[in-house]
Design a binder for this molecule. Structure first.
Ligand code: NDP
Length: 478
C-alpha cells in the first residue's frame, strides 16, 4: 500500500480529519461502513489531496503502507469494539490502530492491552476542536506506546493546530489511556469554564442590569485582556445575536435547560474514584443537571428569597469590573483542580504525564484554548514539580489582587439571590486550602464517636480511639 494513514468512519469528524491529512500532503486511505459516505468524500473533496477510496476492509488494509496506521473515527462505545474486531485479524505485528473517538480512558486501557497481546499498537487519541478543528487543526492528545508515537507523531504534527509560537498542539501524553484521560479532563475544565462564564453573564444581567448586547460588549473588552479565550469570544457572539423570528435577544428565546453528552460526568466520576476535589467541574455538571429538572424548578418557583436590587450606572460599571476579577480568580482555581486530576491520574496509572506539555497543546485548536494556558505552561516549565497552580508565584499574586472583588461578588450574589455555584465553590476551595486548620478534625471526632473509625493526633504518631460510651479515656488503636 501507499497510503501514509487510513481513516475509517467518515461522518463529520472522520471526513474532516481525512481532508486535513490530505491537504497536508499525506496520501489517505478512506473507508466507511456505508460506502456512499466514502464516495461522497472523494466526489466532494477529492481535489484537495490524495485519497484512496476503499469499499471493503481488506481493500482498506491493503492500501496502507507498513507499519499500517489505521485511524478509527466511529461512534464511541460498542461501534469502536466492533470495528477493532473487524480489522484486527487483517493486521500484522507492529501495525498501529488509532482511536480518535471520544472513548472513556478505561476502555482505551482495555483495548490497548488486548491488542498489545496480539502484537498490535493501540493508540487512544483525544481530539478536541469539533468539526472545524478536525479540518483546520485540532488539539491532539495521543496515548499509547512511545514506539507507536515515533511512527505516528510526525503525521499528527502535520495536521495539529499551531500554538501562537508555532509549535504543533500535539504531544505524546503517556502510555495506554493517558491521551483519552487528558482529553476527558479537558472537557471537564471546559464545563467549568462555561459555567463560570454563564455565572458572569447572569450577574451582569441581574445585578448590573446590563442587556445581552451590552454584556457582549463587556465580554469583547475582557477578551482583549487576560481572559482572552475562544469561549469568551464565542460567548460575545452568542449574546450579540438577535433571534430572527422574534427580534428578541437569542439568549432569551432559548430554553434554559442545559444538556450534556457525558464527558463532564466522566471527569467527576473519575475524580471521585481518585479522591481529587474537582469541585468547580462538579458544580458545572450539577448546574446543567439542575437546569434540566423542569418539573422540580416549576414547583420550586416562588420559594421565598431576595431578588436583585438595581444599581446606578457607575455602581454597575464597578460591579462589572469586580465580576471580571471573580471570573479570572475562579478560572485559576478550576484549572488548578483539573491539573490536580491530571497529576492524580498520572500517578495512579504510572503515565508520567508532563503537565506543562498538556498546557502547551491546549493553547490552540481546542475549545478551552486561551492565552491563559501559556501562563500555565510557564508555571510548570519554571517548576516542574509544582504541587498546585495556586502556589505559582504569578497566580498567587493575581489571586491576591483579585480576591477582595471576588469575595464581594460572591457576597453580593448571595445577598441578592443569584446562584453562583462555580464562583462560590472556587472561593471555598481557595479558602480551604489556605486555612491553617480545617474542621476535618471535628469530622474525625464524629467518625470515631459513632463508628470507632479512629483518629490521628497533632502531637503524637499512631491511631487512637476514645472510649466514647465508656469513661472517655483514649486508647491506642494500632
Ligand atoms: P458519529 O459519532 O456520529 O458516528 C458516525 C460514524 O460511525 C459513521 O461513520 C458510522 O458509519 C460509524 N459507525 C457507527 N456504528 C458503526 C459500526 N457498528 N460499525 C462501523 N461503523 C459504525 O460521528 P462523528 O464524526 O460526530 O464523531 C466520530 C467520533 O469522534 C465519535 O467517537 C465522537 O465522540 C468523536 N468526536 C466528535 C467530536 C464532534 O465535535 N462531533 C469532537 C471530538 C471527538 P455509517 O456511516 O455506516 O453509519
Amino acid at each position: 500500500g501507499t497510503a501514509r494513514i487510513g481513516v475509517t468512519g467518515l461522518a463529520v469528524m472522520g471526513r474532516n480529519l481525512a481532508r486535513n491529512f490530505a491537504r497536508n500532503g499525506l496520501t489517505v486511505a478512506v473507508h466507511n461502513r456505508t460506502a456512499s459516505r466514502t464516495r461522497a468524500l472523494v466526489d466532494d473533496f477529492g481535489d484537495e489531496g490524495s485519497f484512496v477510496a476503499c469499499e471493503s476492509a481488506e481493500e482498506f488494509v491493503a492500501a496502507l503502507e507498513r507499519p499500517r496506521r489505521l485511524m478509527i473515527m466511529v461512534k464511541a462505545g460498542d461501534a469502536t469494539d466492533a470495528v477493532i474486531e473487524e480489522f484486527a485479524p487483517l493486521l500484522e505485528e507492529g501495525d498501529i490502530v488509532i482511536d480518535g473517538g471520544n472513548a472513556h480512558f478505561a476502555d482505551t486501557r482495555r483495548r490497548e492491552k488486548a491488542l498489545r497481546e496480539r502484537g498490535i499498537h493501540f493508540v487512544g487519541v483525544g481530539v478536541s476542536g469539533g468539526e472545524e478543528g478536525a479540518l483546520n487543526g485540532p488539539s491532539i492528545m495521543p496515548g499509547g506506546s512511545a514506539a507507536s508515537y515515533e511512527a505516528l507523531g510526525p503525521l499528527l504534527e502535520r495536521i495539529a493546530a499551531r500554538a501562537p509560537d508555532g509549535t504543533p498542539c500535539v504531544t505524546h501524553v503517556g502510555p495506554d489511556g493517558a491521551g483519552h484521560f487528558v482529553k476527558m479532563v479537558h472537557n471537564g475544565i471546559e464545563y467549568a469554564d462555561m459555567q463560570l462564564i454563564a455565572e458572569a453573564y447572569h450577574l451582569l444581567r441581574a445585578v448590573a442590569g446590563y442587556s445581552p448586547a451590552r454584556i457582549a460588549e463587556t465580554f469583547r473588552t475582557w477578551n482583549t485582556g487576560r481572559l482572552d479565550s475562544y469561549l469568551i469570544e464565542i460567548t460575545a457572539e452568542v449574546l450579540a445575536h438577535t433571534d430572527a423570528a422574534t427580534g428578541e435577544p437569542f439568549v432569551d428565546v432559548v430554553a434554559d435547560r442545559a444538556e450534556q453528552k457525558g464527558t463532564g460526568r466522566w471527569t467527576v466520576q473519575t475524580a471521585l474514584d481518585l479522591g481529587v476535589p474537582v469541585s468547580g467541574i462538579a458544580e458545572a455538571v450539577f448546574a446543567r443537571s439542575l437546569s434540566g429538572h423542569a418539573e422540580l424548578r416549576e414547583s420550586s418557583r416562588g420559594l421565598p428569597g431576595p431578588g436583585p436590587a438595581a444599581l446606578d450606572e457607575e455602581a454597575a460599571a464597578r460591579f462589572a469590573d469586580r465580576v471580571e476579577q471573580a471570573l479570572y480568580a475562579s478560572k485559576i482555581v478550576s484549572y488548578t483542580q483539573g491539573f490536580h486530576q491530571v497529576r492524580a491520574g498520572s500517578e495512579e496509572y504510572g503515565w508520567e504525564v508532563d503537565p506543562g506539555a498538556v498546557a502547551a497543546i491546549w493553547r490552540a485548536g481546542c475549545i478551552i484554548r486561551a492565552a491563559f494556558l501559556d501562563r500555565i505552561r510557564e508555571a510548570y516549565d519554571t517548576r516542574p514539580g509544582l504541587p498546585s497552580l495556586l502556589t505559582d508565584k504569578l497566580f498567587r499574586e493575581e489571586i491576591a489582587a483579585a480576591q477582595d472583588d471576588w469575595r464581594e461578588v460572591v457576597a453580593t450574589a448571595a445577598r441578592q439571590g443569584v446562584p453562583t455555584p462555580g464562583f462560590s465553590a472556587a472561593l471555598a476551595y481557595y479558602d480551604a486550602l489556605r486555612a491553617d486548620r480545617l474542621p476535618a478534625a471535628l469530622t474525625q471526632g464524629q467518625r470515631d464517636f459513632f463508628g470507632a473509625h479512629t483518629y490521628r493526633r497533632t502531637d503524637r504518631e499512631g491511631a487512637f480511639h476514645t472510649l466514647w460510651a465508656g469513661d472517655r479515656s483514649e486508647v491506642a488503636a494500632d
